[in-house]
Design a protein around this ligand. Sequence first.
Ligand SMILES: [Zn+2]
Ligand SMILES: [Zn+2]
Length: 201
Amino acid sequence: MDIHIFWDKRASAGLALRVQRRMQQILNIPMHLDDNPIRMTGYSAIAQYYDAHAVLDALYHYKYHKQNHVITELILLVLWDDLRTRTGAHLFGISRERVGVSVVSGARLTNEFWGLPADDNLLVERIAREGLHEIGHLLGLAHCSDASCIMSNPLCFDDLDAKHSWFCHTCTQKHKRLHPHIYAGAPEQSNVNNLMLQRIQ
Ligand SMILES: [Zn+2]
Ligand SMILES: [Zn+2]
């Protein structure tokens, strides 16, 4: 099961690569990075935000209807506009588990948004954590009571920075139980190592 990261071109490609690399370090699932191919809907020009549910609808439509072949893998879209619910509440990210699509907004993840000096390292870490949180939902994980776990629910910016860049032991075990095939390659690898050792001996 691969993950497609669709990246809003307005942020630098260098940042996208760093986020992809960071996410891949934490979650060992193949991730592919592409410019966002989605024809976006649900933007309010007056209030300058995307309606989160309209974005998820567009992702769903792309995944199942626009492609010549259906994308069976999971999709994470990274946007740079604000993302809100229909009631106006802002979101760092949201996912639609049953169809395997999710979106994260970097708008409120920059230091500049909060009047602080820019810090790309922190920005990469925050997008990676928030992206993995949504992917975690797509993989069947619920919110976690461990405040340091990626699957804890961040209510504010400070909560987001209190998370570590890891899935806690409980979430890791649950994820492995739900998706044993992702880790099925590990024993083969040790067989290869054993073979190499035998040859060296
Ligand atoms: Zn969540
Ligand atoms: Zn957890």
